[in-house]
Write a protein that binds this ligand. Structure first.
Ligand code: AMP
Ligand code: GLY
Length: 425
């Protein structure tokens, strides 16, 4: 079967790497892909917002299965268009993608189906938002309702900051994504990401991970798309996984079906493990990046049947096998990220750096210029390792990373620090 992956990040490189290993996969295409995927897939230029162009490409290349990586094409209805054209697709409908597309929708769903989450209010009017906010404790969380590339969440440490965030969001800082906002109680605890495949009715838990969103060591500085991750997340014990499934995931599956928006794809539940147990921070409707890279390193089974079963409604017939080991992914980004950064700087010695059996380097913002790899994006490389502990996975990932010759890049040196501290005891 010929397969098309939509996307260009480290997430899509790792998905493609795993899909390429499947006996079910003949030709693999990635649109648009990146500079590191040439040996496993054919990279093609397609406009994923032009559904007719994607459908025509699939017909031309006899593509029977499409895997959509990022959220924007999902919210834009690409999965619906492909499915209507008779092309099997992994990724939820536009209607179901509202779980990520509107934070207000998800909060209302939680309220209606009794899913534990932070107390909240939804507002389109600044005065009303401020009146509600003034009655909350500090810190208080202000969120743009729509997709804001991970930048639409402000944790305000003072009322002045909260009011400024309200004015910024409703004043148009995030465009349409900020036409509405959510004001939310601040939750304390340890964060974890939980991934669950769903075919609209049945679920298959698909791994846990912990991301590091801040740009600076010790979790300081600006928020990013994610600077590194490891899997599994020790805080997600079997008991916590069971509670999350019973209290959060299954009520969501049933609620979405009851609302006429059955969810077929992967739930990426961002959780806060509080004193009371798991609470939902937010849903994403696609794999996390860099979390996905760590999941793909640990997945022993063929991924293709599991992803196809989400579209087919046959997930109850699928089981998958995971490595007991720990995977770690350290992100290298261009100096300046998440602010402005230089493009087209040269990266060298990648083959040598990625030579160890337990290390794989997934590309993100790169392009190939002849034999030379150039950095073209903010997050550029993902150095991923698999080992018997978080401590050793970190050693192996950083040993590989230190062989990479890229003066234009930087990384956090402390990915996994919480778990590494725990392993010392
Ligand atoms: P998001 O971009 O929605 O993933 O949110 C970014 C980050 O903001 C999350 O990963 C959390 O660290 C933090 N956050 C969001 N909502 C809350 C909340 N209610 N309480 C505490 N932290 C939060
Ligand atoms: N790493 C967080 C995300 O993919 O949204």
């Amino acid at each position: 079967m010929n397969i098309l992956v939509i996307g260009s990040g480290g997430r899509e490189h790792s998905l493609s790497w795993k899909i390429a290993q499947s006996d079910l996969c003949d030709e693999l295409y990635v649109a648009p892909g990146n500079g590191g995927m040439g040996d496993i897939a054919t990279c093609v230029s397609l406009d994923d917002s032009n559904h007719a162009e994607v459908i025509n490409f699939c017909r031309d290349k006899n593509i029977e299965f499409v895997v959509i990586g990022p959220e924007a094409p999902l919210v834009g209805g690409l999965s619906d268009a492909l499915t209507e054209a008779g092309i099997k697709t992994f990724g939820p409908s536009a209607a179901a993608s509202i779980l990520e597309g509107s934070k207000g929708f998800t909060k209302d769903l939680c309220a209606k189906y009794d899913i534990p989450t932070a107390a909240y209010g939804r507002f389109t009017n600044a005065e009303a938002a401020k009146e509600f906010t003034a009655k909350q404790n500090i810190p208080v969380v202000i969120k743009a309702d729509g997709l804001a590339a991970g930048k639409g969440v402000i944790i305000a440490e003072s009322m002045d900051d909260a009011f400024a965030a309200i004015d910024d969001i409703l004043g148009g800082q995030f465009g349409d994504a900020g036409a509405e906002l959510v004001v939310e109680e601040f939750l304390s605890g340890e964060e974890a990401s939980f991934f669950v495949l769903c075919d609209g009715e049945n679920i298959l838990p698909f791994g846990t991970a912990q991301d590091h969103k801040r740009v600076g060591e010790g979790d300081t500085g600006l928020n990013t798309g994610g600077m590194g991750a490891y899997s599994p997340a020790p805080v997600m014990t079997n008991e916590m996984i069971d509670r999350t499934i019973n209290e959060i995931i299954m009520p969501t599956v049933k609620g979405m079906a009851a609302e006429g928006k059955p969810f077929k794809g992967v739930f990426f539940a961002g959780l806060m493990i509080t004193d009371k147990g798991p609470e939902l921070i937010e849903y994403n409707v696609r794999f996390g990046d860099p979390e996905c890279q760590t999941l793909m390193m640990r997945l022993n089974s063929d991924i293709v049947p599991a992803l196809m079963a989400c579209a087919d409604g046959t997930l109850d017939q699928i089981s998958v096998d995971w490595s007991e080991k720990t995977a770690m992914n350290v992100v290298m980004a261009a100096k300046g990220y998440p602010g402005s950064y230089e493009k087209n700087t040269e990266i060298n010695n990648l083959d040598d750096a990625g030579a160890a059996d337990n290390v794989t380097i997934f590309h993100a913002g790169t392009k190939k210029d002849g034999e030379q790899i150039l950095a073209t994006g903010g997050r550029v490389l993902n150095i991923t390792s698999l080992s018997d502990s978080v401590t050793n996975a970190a050693k192996d990932a950083y040993a590989a990373l230190d062989k990479i010759e890229w003066p234009g890049g930087f990384c956090r040196r402390d990915i996994g620090w919480r778990a590494i501290e725990r392993e010392k005891n």
